[in-house]
Design a protein around this ligand. Structure first.
Ligand code: ATP
Length: 374
């Protein structure tokens, strides 16, 4: 489209040693982060982790206590927000209630003294699929449509970077899901860098190419959604992105590229490449596996489980049918302090509370965390 920013590198966001303190409190610890031009980047974390502060430092709405912000080759650290090639969409869309949709979107162009705005505004309304709504007032639109107006109004100025601060926070769940896909489509179409702040892990996973998981003012892990989900490096990331089963184990020996661990009475195998803990013999590792990677087999059929799979035994404590699968809570002596979660798509009628089962999964779906890290 006509929106594409072509000069390469111009939309990189580069944070170098950026930090923010409020008196004695550190909201963001010195942070180095590069968001490549054209990517959809999410800052994900619980309330208070520093994600909004980080976004506001990129926007120029918050002055960093240390460090620099570069947009492409330009050091913008000292520039006020309006001089940065950046626009922000907030959760409160802040549309002008007395102006119609066309004029809301045209506003940025008119303010810059641009006379012929028609084509640009129409293209932009087309992009956000509001071509039909141009002459309506904001209050005549749904929440999702208003949000799209806010996006169009921010994009019309051709920012190099669009910052989105919980932009879908005010929408109900179904509309949120639709808008996630919609924003992703818009980003792909215009090809500019989006930096999106959210506390919703599913939202970050759906939309972003790269996610930075923040905790306590630090980035705990940076990666693609699949990477973070399949291979979390900390218990925080493992638990924040979905449900994980973490089993305490001890390094026993090595076998090729694998580590063999003792857990309860049994053994578990973990590819060394998927372990972020030290792997010296006798060291403690938290062995993780996602519930949907586990197969549940009734103890009577344990003999049919193929060799080479990780396995633990347990008893079904609870089960709940959730349509696509059934979720199980399992008590296991291998992890005496907590329950194991498993999902199963087979509908074995014997898998009811009280049944003895074997949980088994491929070593390749196992990850290892540092038990001593927190
Ligand atoms: P939320 O999703 O709730 O906005 P967040 O992860 O975006 O959370 P920030 O808004 O970045 O978190 O705030 C990080 C921390 O800094 C919080 O503990 C917050 O209370 C604190 N903080 C933010 N602004 C100020 C301020 N002006 N003065 C003092 N503390 C502040």
């Amino acid at each position: 489209t006509t929106m594409k920013t072509n000069d390469s590198g111009s939309g990189d966001v580069r944070l170098t040693g950026i930090s923010k303190t409020y008196g004695a409190f550190t909201a963001v610890h010195p942070l180095d982060l590069t968001v490549p031009q054209g990517s959809f980047f999410a800052l994900l974390g619980a309330s208070g982790c520093g994600k909004t502060t980080t976004l506001r430092m990129i926007a120029g709405l918050e002055e960093p206590s240390s460090g620099t912000v570069h947009l492409g080759d330009q050091d913008v650290t000292a520039l006020p927000p309006y001089k940065r090639p950046v626009n922000t969409v907030f959760q409160s869309y802040a549309l002008f209630p007395h102006l119609d949709i066309f004029e809301n979107v045209a506003f940025g162009l008119r303010r810059r003294g641009i006379k012929s705005v028609k084509k640009q505004v129409e293209d932009m309304l087309e992009l956000v699929q509001l071509g039909e709504q141009a002459r309506k007032k904001p209050h005549q639109l749904s929440g999702g449509q208003q949000q799209r107006v806010a996006v169009a109004r921010a994009l019309i100025n051709h920012p190099k970077v669009l910052l989105l601060d919980e932009p879908l926070g005010a929408l109900d769940l179904k509309l949120r899901r639709q808008m996630q896909l919609e924003l992703k489509r818009i980003q792909t179409e215009v090809g500019i860098t989006f930096v999106h702040v959210t506390h919703d892990q599913e939202e970050a996973m759906t939309m972003a190419d790269t996610v930075a998981v923040m905790n306590g003012g630090r980035v705990e892990q940076l990666g693609s959604p699949a990477d973070l989900y399949e291979n979390p490096h900390t218990t925080f990331v493992a638990n924040f992105l979905g449900t994980s089963n973490l089993i305490e184990a001890e390094v026993d020996s090595r076998s090729g590229d694998d580590i063999v661990l003792k857990a309860g009475g049994g053994k578990l195998v973990l590819p060394e490449a998927r372990c972020s803990a030290p792997t010296t013999t006798g060291g403690k590792v938290l062995v993780g596996v996602r519930p949907e990677k586990i197969t549940l087999t009734h103890a009577d059929d344990a003999g049919e489980i193929p060799e080479g799979r990780n396995r633990i035994t347990g008893k079904i404590a609870d089960s709940s049918f959730i349509g696509v699968s059934t979720q199980y809570v399992i008590d296991s002596s291998v992890c005496p302090d907590f329950e194991v979660y498993a999902q199963n798509i087979d509908r074995d009628a014997r898998l009811v509370p009280g049944a003895d089962v074997v949980l088994h999964w491929s070593p390749g779906h196992t990850f290892g965390l540092d038990a001593a890290q927190d």
